[in-house]
Design a protein around this ligand. Structure first.
Ligand SMILES: Nc1nc2c(c(=O)[nH]1)N[C@H]1C(S)=C(S)[C@@H](COP(=O)(O)OP(=O)(O)OC[C@H]3O[C@@H](n4cnc5c(=O)[nH]c(N)nc54)[C@H](O)[C@@H]3O)O[C@H]1N2
Ligand SMILES: Nc1nc2c(c(=O)[nH]1)N[C@H]1C(S)=C(S)[C@@H](COP(=O)(O)OP(=O)(O)OC[C@H]3O[C@@H](n4cnc5c(=O)[nH]c(N)nc54)[C@H](O)[C@@H]3O)O[C@H]1N2
Ligand SMILES: [Mo]
Length: 761
């Protein structure tokens, strides 16, 4: 990485990290999060209740837990997520009175959320440019009045972030559909939509097919485009175990991520005591940003060649004949794709890809895990389908120890989808709603996240209601999205903490503060539990126990119910009956969606239950009744040599738009986020030095305004031709229109850019 003869220049805040990930550093960081956000007395008890059968589901990630009995206390980033919510800090009406919205806008995202939990419903007052307290009653009345006043319900958009429980999300979609629209932008549109859209076409199911037990039996893992040491920390325990069984783990990632190389499991007393660690990746391939489709084609081409050479012993021809369509066309396309093209687009050599093909041919049970590096690209859907193709070649779907494993983002993003948050609802859901509630829900498709912003920007959409999240900051192209937010008649934010989206005000804006996961939710029938679905389709209960951050807070289901009642005077739904006892909401879910059979009984079993996944039984819910091999058309290649591919990354100290701190320990960045990672060879090529100040410009048509300036370039072990910067600082570089045409997912992970010496320098 570093040239021996030129010592690396000192750059403030940049210091190489040379240890394994995890270990004592993780424990120290956990203690710091507790100290800064919570009282040291409450914290151990709160953390103890995380992911326990009678406790709450960790809001940190969607990785499952065996029987939900993990020793969670030592999960650093889980602890940050929990303590951030359970903080002692408060944002009160006095805080709002003392700070105009204009002044709050000058604060960073980190500073805004650091102020703490919201305590009162607030409405924006134009005259004083401040938020002022409003009663719940008046807030709901006003929302109802504005929604009823729109010429058509399609002029309102209803965003969901993936923390909402099944119960809240189900009521929300019921309200919005009775109101009359399917405008359901959600965080999944920015995240795993390529999975939700792409996999049903391949295997008839838009979710993963593996369970935790499969990891005990797999013979190979291929891990693509995810960073579990930071984003799915509990997965590290699983990878650690798999590695100790000597199972190869092949990683495709443009950056060398420390936790994917070596990890000390804080739950392992021997490793901790001896300062030992375990290797995670057996081989690490630094694929070019955006080069995964090409890499997967290369691996499949190699598998095909091995099959030819062995007289048909490598590919599972029986599986293919019985269960699939399209193999011949796929094989013909792979044979016609030249190695030179694959090498250029993936940045990997033929020999490397053949080595992966050989390992894959040897394994009788392979799991492919993947994250945002695969989905957030103009080719996201196609990428996901290539993973399915590769697995199908050896019958690795519906086989013990094998399958496809998308790593979901938010802790209940998958559940929200299951219970009806979808701009393209399926017929079964609509039929179920009509049968159970006696109104006809709209059938026409609604807006996804990009379409919502475009409709707001065009002046068509006038109201945005957000159930959680920070939509304007999470979306690409803030210049376009902030302007869109400022064109609204009314924005309503059901949230726990102040964020920038609440400060981008058109005519009216209302903040409705809600309970978080960690807090006790008491309704008429007594203390309630909510339910969530993890990455492996396990549904289980979550029970908060902390006293609410303020006595004024309402639960999300209650807020949704009261919005619905205020909006729909002739509603067919008995909202108050449902929210009085969440068992009744679950009964309603079960009545609409038969896969939730016996819902209330089964969530009372520790660990919950698994939703049916037809593909795991080799039942393919595709139009043909078979799994489909789908071809990747063309390869994503840079033709212009001055153009690099930018990927946007999460640091170790953030949860999406929530920035907990300014360090990214494993990548060696401390106290700052204004950096761009670049390989040594690209530094030389573009005549730049480690530490130089640069501007970054998007190299696409109509992207003149997509630029950032004054970033510091950091020499990093990243694939040549690729650069990385943090989300959301780099979001101005992602044009709103630059997304996957099939799934609508913004291309956050693969933007053509130029990096030039800074005009500000
Ligand atoms: N602590 C914490 N936990 C989280 C989150 C968080 O922000 N903080 N966010 C949650 C959410 S909503 C989500 S979606 C997940 C996100 O979890 P991840 O999918 O791990 O998300 P990212 O940090 O965006 O990083 C993706 C990884 O992909 C790599 N990558 C970038 N571009 C490419 C590419 O072109 N190809 C390949 N193969 N790899 C690439 C990056 O180097 C990085 O290691 O985590 C969830 N959990
Ligand atoms: N450049 C770039 N942009 C990206 C990505 C990327 O990789 N790169 N990733 C994308 C992905 S994968 C995702 S999922 C989106 C995330 O997009 P969002 O889900 O919209 O964003 P978050 O930052 O998770 O939302 C944080 C806010 O949620 C609120 N909140 C927290 N807990 C609760 C709760 O329990 N209830 C309610 N009602 N509100 C709560 C808080 O007020 C907080 O300010 O961002 C996307 N944007
Ligand atoms: Mo996500």
């Amino acid at each position: 990485m570093q040239n021996e003869t030129t010592p690396r220049r000192q750059v403030p805040g940049i210091k190489a990290y040379n240890h394994a990930a995890g270990g004592w550093g993780a424990l120290r960081a956990t203690a710091k999060a507790v100290r800064e956000q919570m009282g040291v007395l409450d914290a151990p008890i709160t953390l103890f209740h995380t992911n326990k059968p009678d406790g709450f589901d960790c809001p940190g990630c969607a990785w499952p837990d065996k029987e939900h009995t993990s020793t969670f206390q030592f999960c650093e980033n889980g602890a940050k997520a929990v303590t951030w919510e359970a903080t002692k800090k408060r944002v009160t009406p006095e805080f709002f009175a003392a700070n105009t919205v204009t002044s709050l806008l000058t604060r960073t995202d980190y500073e805004l959320e650091f102020e703490g939990r919201l305590t009162h419903p607030m409405a924006y007052d134009q005259a004083s440019d401040t938020y002022r307290p409003i009663s719940w009653e008046a807030a709901f009345e006003r929302i109802g009045e504005v929604l009823r006043g729109l010429p058509t319900p399609d002029m309102a958009d209803f965003y969901t972030s993936g923390r909402a429980s099944n119960e809240a999300a189900f009521l929300y979609q019921l309200f919005v559909r009775e109101y009359g629209t399917n405008n359901f932008p959600d965080c999944s549109n920015m995240c795993h939509e390529a999975t939700s859209q792409g996999l049903p076409k391949s295997i008839g199911l838009g979710k993963g097919t593996v369970s935790l037990d499969d990891f005990d039996r797999c013979e190979l893992i291929i891990a693509m485009g995810h960073n579990p040491g930071t984003n799915h920390p509990r997965m590290m325990g699983t990878l650690h175990e798999v590695s100790r069984r000597n199972v190869p783990i092949i990683v495709f990632n443009p950056l060398r991520e420390r936790a994917l190389e070596r990890f000390t499991d804080p739950q392992d007393p021997v490793e901790m005591a001896t300062l030992g660690s375990t290797r995670i990746a057996s081989s690490y391939y630094q694929v070019k940003v955006g080069g995964d489709g090409a890499a997967l084609k290369g691996v499949m081409k190699a598998v095909l060649a091995l099959d030819d050479a062995s007289g048909g012993q490598v590919i599972d021809h029986d599986f293919i004949a019985t269960h699939t369509n399209g193999f011949e066309a796929l094989a013909a396309d792979l044979r016609a794709t030249a190695w030179a093209e694959i090498e250029a687009a993936s940045g990997l050599s033929r020999a490397d890809l053949e080595a992966v093909g050989a390992a894959y041919a040897k394994s009788n049970a392979t799991i492919v895990t993947y994250g945002m590096g695969i989905t957030q690209s103009t080719k996201g859907t196609s990428n996901v389908q290539q993973i399915a193709n590769l697995l199908m070649l050896r019958g690795n779907i519906g086989k013990a120890g094998a399958g496809i494993c998308p790593l979901r983002g938010h802790s209940n993003v998958q559940g929200d989808r299951t219970v009806g948050i979808s701009e393209k609802p399926n017929a079964a859901l609509l039929e179920g709603i009509e049968r159970v509630f006696g109104f006809k829900p709209p059938h026409h498709h609604g807006h996804d996240a990009v379409a919502t912003m475009q409709a707001m920007k065009a002046g068509f959409s006038k109201v945005l209601i957000s159930l959680g999240g920070n939509l304007a900051v999470a979306m690409p192209d803030p210049q376009a999205c902030y302007e869109a937010m400022r064109s609204l008649d009314l924005a309503v934010h059901v949230i726990t903490k102040l964020n920038r989206s609440t400060l981008l005000i058109g005519k009216e804006s209302i903040i409705l503060p809600c309970l978080g996961r960690t807090e006790a939710d008491v309704q008429e029938a007594g203390p309630q539990v909510v339910t969530v679905e993890d990455s492996m389709s396990m549904v289980h209960a979550s029970r908060g126990s902390l006293p609410p951050a303020s006595s004024m807070l309402l639960s999300e289901p209650m807020i949704v119910a009261r919005m619905a009642m205020a909006t729909l005077p002739n509603t067919k739904v008995d909202w108050m009956h449902l929210v009085a006892d969440y068992d009744r909401i679950r009964d309603a879910i079960e009545a609409v969606l038969p896969e939730f059979e016996d819902y209330n009984r089964r969530i009372r079993i520790p660990g919950g239950f698994r939703l049916p996944l037809p593909a795991t039984e080799r039942i393919w819910n595709t139009p043909s009744g078979k799994a489909e091999f789908l071809i990747y058309e063309g390869l994503n290649q840079n033709t212009d040599d001055s153009v690099l591919r930018l990927t946007t990354l999460r640091s170790h100290d953030q949860y999406n738009t929530t920035v907990y701190g300014l360090n990214d320990r494993y990548r060696g960045v401390f106290g700052r986020r204004d950096v761009v990672f670049m390989s040594g060879s690209d530094l030389a090529k573009f005549n730049l030095r480690h530490g130089d100040l640069v501007d970054i410009e998007t190299a696409l048509p109509d992207s003149a305004h997509n630029r950032v300036s004054g970033f510091t370039v950091v020499e990093y072990d990243i694939a040549p031709g690729s650069v990385g910067a943090y989300y959301p600082e780099a979001n101005p570089l992602v044009p709103l229109a630059y997304h996957d045409r099939v799934s609508g997912t913004p291309s956050y992970k693969s933007v053509p850019v130029r990096v030039v010496p800074s005009a500000a320098a």
